[in-house]
Every structure is written in C-alpha cells, then in structure tokens.
Design a protein around this ligand. Structure first.
Ligand code: NCD
Length: 447
C-alpha cells in the first residue's frame, strides 16, 4: 500500500474524518491508556516557522501513544540554513530517522513537495497561508463534540481570512460537511479568490452577498459573504426566504492578523476587529461558541475567557486526542473502515518555459532550483489550471504543445486536443518564440 500523507484536508473523506473523531473521543477518555499503539515509532517535528500548540500537541500525542519524538524546531540549527533543499532534508529525516514527519513551513505547497519525496507519512502542520489540515480536524472535532453534528451549522469566520491557513482548510471542510459559512473579514483581508474559486468549482459553494446587520459590531465594516453549499445532497439553511438574514450562529471562529505574511509586515493594520462581551451580546450570537486556533493578540478580549461560550482553550486541549488519532491512523497503528476520497485531479509537470505560478511564496518559486512546477487542469475550455503546490490559478496568455512545438491563445478551442502533460504556458509570444515554438497555423485561434 502506498504511503498515506495528510497534506490537505481533502486527503480524508468525511466518513474517515468521523471515524477519527470517534477514536479521538475514546483516546480523550483516558489519555494514558494507549501507550501500546505506537511503541517503537518516532515522529519527527520539522518546524521552519514558530509554533506552540501544533508542535507540542503533536509531540504530546506521539508520547502518549508510546512513541518517541525528534524535533527540529529552530531553522537556524538546520542544514537548510546551509542551503539544503527541503526535498533532501525530507529524504534524510524520512529515511530511517523517523516513521512520520510533521512539517511546518512558510512556503505554500511545502508539504505537498515533501510528500513527493518522503518514504514515511508527511503531515502538513501549516504551509504558509495555504492549509492547516490538522487544525481543521481539531476545529471540526470541537464542533462535533459541542454541537453533535456539523451538517447545517452556521459558522461565522472572522478576522484575517486572506492569510489564515486555518480558515482555508476549515472553509473547504465545512463546505463538504454541508455547513454554511458567513465570512466577516477584517476589511482588506477577505477570503482569497483562489479559495472562493475552489469552493465554487470543487465543492459547489455559491457565494452570496450577506446582510449581517444583526451581527452588530463584528460585521459592521465587513463586506460579508454567505458561502452556501448548493449541492442537492447537502443541507443548506440559507434558502431564498431566509437568505439575507442571520437568526442564529452556531460558532464564531476568530483569527489573529497574520502579520508575518502581510506584504507590509502588518504596519498598515489599524482598527483590527475585536470581540468582547459587548459584541457577543448581538442576538444571533447568544448561543454561539467562540473558537480561535490561538495564539490570540487583541482580537479576543480577556473578558470573554470566563464566558461559557468561549471554548478556545478547550479547543487547544482537544488538539492532543485528535492528533493521537491522526498519528495512529497514518502510522498504521489503527485502521479506518471508510475509503479514502476518490483520486484528486492529476498533477502534470511544467517542464518547459517559466513557472506560471503567480504566487511568489509558493514552494515552486522559493525552492525554484529544486522543484519542478506542477499544475492541475481545472477546465479545458477556456483553459484554466492551478498550481499543484499552492492551488493558485496559473497566469498565462498562450499555451504551447511540447509535442508539436506550436502555441495557441489560451481561449483557442484547439487546446482541447492537446495532451495535458504536453502543455507549456507562456505570458508572451516572444517567450514562446525564444523557446523554439511557433504560432499555430490554420484553425487557431478559434473560440
Ligand atoms: C495557527 C497557525 O499556525 O496557522 N496556529 C495554530 O496552529 N494553532 C493560527 C495562527 O497562527 O494564527
């Protein structure tokens, strides 16, 4: 059987996630009773970015399962500071040093890259602003414990929705579970287009404008959006009659400004949203649990800590049993009955031309010497493709075929005939000509 990895929350089916919840609840009933499960195993923590909860809860989880832990928590002590590629580090750490690798990295797509080289399971503990699937499992587990189900819940996501990886993985998962999301971002930090596009294309979520006046201060300046799963098999509470009004919110999920990823280092950030008892007195929030992946800064005021709706410290504590379940599953110590999700879209290498990924912090750009860009086709006509590492939409004007050495405008119908693995992306004709491609003759461009 091929090595299992947890790079994206989509690597697990909903049924598998539910099974992991049941294991986590059993583990939580007596955290000390499972030390036989991973005896003799070692997990390696490779943290190229700061962490408190994720690293320590993973290490605590492995120790509670009876295994051991090796840690590289400070990048300055690692050979990457001598210029070693991530791929080499992973090959070494996965080659006999450990049975599972927990990786946090500042570049989007780092865990995907690591999974291509690692002989042991790789767990994405946060890759730049992209995804944080184990935090999402923890968040979903909390909702499941607090609310009994996830389908049909109404969840407000607030704060820095642009750069918070916890938000992106959570939004994908909530869509798949059939929960409704109300985005109340800090102005200027709205959900990124590539996330909205993916929610629409892959999970059938239709963003709608939202009237969130009943939510009071939290939403007063926000350009709020409803993200409503529209697929018939999913529950949608926002019907046309109720669509513009929010009567009751089940959970309010707040995030801190991710200043380390802001292009200006967070200098331009005044008046960041703040939630306290007063904001929570809005009628639809009366029953909402308050969640936060932590660390917080000023966005959750301390007067909330004693409020019974605040579950953020419980949420962090529950990170241990859910991570025990994740480690036990990926190392083969427990098995799940449910199937893995159907194969995702195939990734193809971009072997010629410039890297068409527009995201400067994608691993395909930050480790350009070691990483061959890869893409997944989102649509054949008009041709649209996403970076297979960071999920951003590729930017290009012309597309060539490495088979025929011809190039076409991106909206040419002829592109449908090309083999996906032969596509080459160009921003200008000059670039294509330099690489020895010529404009396609008859039949192109046609739309
Ligand atoms: C989050 C992260 O690292 O993305 N922290 C965590 O893992 N609990 C959230 C954050 O840093 O804001």
């Amino acid at each position: 059987m091929s090595t299992r990895h947890l790079v994206s929350i989509d690597d697990l089916s909903l049924a598998q996630i539910r099974e992991l919840f049941v294991f986590a609840r059993d583990f939580a009933a007596d955290l000390r009773a499972h030390a036989h499960l991973c005896r003799g195993m070692i997990s390696a923590s490779l943290f190229f970015e700061p962490s408190t909860r994720t690293r320590l809860s993973f290490e605590s989880a492995m120790l509670r399962l009876g295994g051991g832990v090796i840690t590289a928590a400070d990048i300055r002590t690692m050979s990457s500071s001598k210029g070693e590629s991530l791929a080499d580090t992973i090959r070494v750490v996965g080659g006999g040093y450990s049975d599972v690798i927990v990786l946090r990295h500042s570049s989007e797509g780092a865990a995907r890259l690591a999974s291509q080289y690692s002989p042991v399971p790789v767990i994405n503990a946060g890759d730049g602003s992209h995804e944080h699937p184990t935090q999402t499992l923890c968040d979903l587990y909390n909702l499941w414990l607090e609310r009994g189900e996830i389908e049909g819940l109404d969840i407000v996501l607030s704060g820095d929705l642009r750069y918070s990886r916890t938000i992106h993985s959570f939004a994908y998962a909530l869509a798949r579970f059939g929960a409704n999301v109300i985005c109340c971002p800090q102005p200027g930090f709205e959900m990124p287009d590539y996330v909205l596009q993916r929610l629409r294309e892959e999970f059938g979520v239709e963003p709608q404008r939202a009237d969130v006046s009943r939510l009071g201060d939290i939403a007063s300046q926000s350009d709020a959006l409803y993200l409503t799963p529209q697929k018939p098999h999913q529950l949608s509470l926002f019907t046309d009659t109720r669509g513009r009004d929010i009567e009751r919110v089940d959970a309010l999920y707040m995030t801190r400004p991710q200043t380390e990823r802001h292009p200006d280092g967070g200098r331009g950030l005044d008046n960041y949203l703040q939630i306290g008892k007063r904001q929570l007195s809005a009628e639809p929030l009366k029953q909402a649990v308050v969640m936060h992946p932590l660390p917080r800064r000023d966005e959750l005021s301390e007067d909330l800590d004693s409020d019974p709706r605040s579950i953020y410290f419980k949420q962090a504590a529950r990170g241990v049993p859910i991570r025990m379940a994740i480690l036990a599953y990926l190392t083969g110590a427990i098995s799940l009955k449910a199937e893995q999700p159907a194969r995702e879209l195939q990734a193809h290498p971009v072997s010629l031309g410039q890297n068409p990924c527009p995201n400067a912090t994608c691993i395909s750009r930050t480790e350009a010497r070691h990483v061959m860009p890869r893409y997944r086709l989102a649509s054949r006509h008009p041709l649209r493709a996403h970076c297979a590492y960071c999920s951003h939409e590729l930017q290009f004007q012309l597309v060539g075929s490495s088979d025929t050495r011809e190039f076409f405008p991106r909206d040419s119908i002829e592109l449908r005939k090309l083999r996906p693995e032969s596509l080459v992306f160009f921003s200008t004709a000059a670039e294509a000509l330099t690489l020895g491609f010529s404009p396609a003759a008859a039949g192109a461009p046609t739309t």
